[in-house]
Write a protein that binds this ligand. Sequence first.
Ligand code: HEC
Length: 142
Amino acid sequence: MNNKNIFTRVRFGLLALALTSSVAYAVAPPVDDQGKAEKKKDKETPEHIAAMKAKVFSKESVSVAIGEKRFNQTCVYCHGYEGSGGKARKLQGRDFDADYLFKTITKGKKRGSLVMPPWKRTFTPEQRWELVTYILSLSEEK
Ligand code: HEC
């Protein structure tokens, strides 16, 4: 092995090191993203909530499908398949107001000893509106 070869290898090694560390930096930035997201959620202004509502309702069929998936992951345990009821009241065949649904999902609700936690910290306003469109769809004539 000659000198030139070693130089090239060392240079390549350094380059590779620089590349991997920048990739690692991109994958796991050393800032507290969780904390930032938390702060963002606390800035739920009425304007932001209204804008998200408009956005979610403007592509309603997509939103209903996303909402359904989330409902089946998180809410079905108490509210039953397609909101057919169970531990909590059924959500089908009701005459819900969209804003009432949004508020209730945000703040939670209880009946007797059964408590629905507030979902404000779990879901963004956009995600809560998607749940609203799905719940409203359960009361539509099929
Ligand atoms: C731990 C059980 C539980 C889970 C999980 C749960 N809920 Fe509830 N939910 C309740 C209870 C209890 C009530 C109050 C029932 C009542 O008023 O009869 C309620 C009420 C509601 C209401 C108001 C219904 C009404 O008649 O006014 C909505 C809307 C609702 N839940 C949506 C959701 C959504 C969306 C999710 C998932 C993100 C969810 N819930 C998850 C227990 C739960």
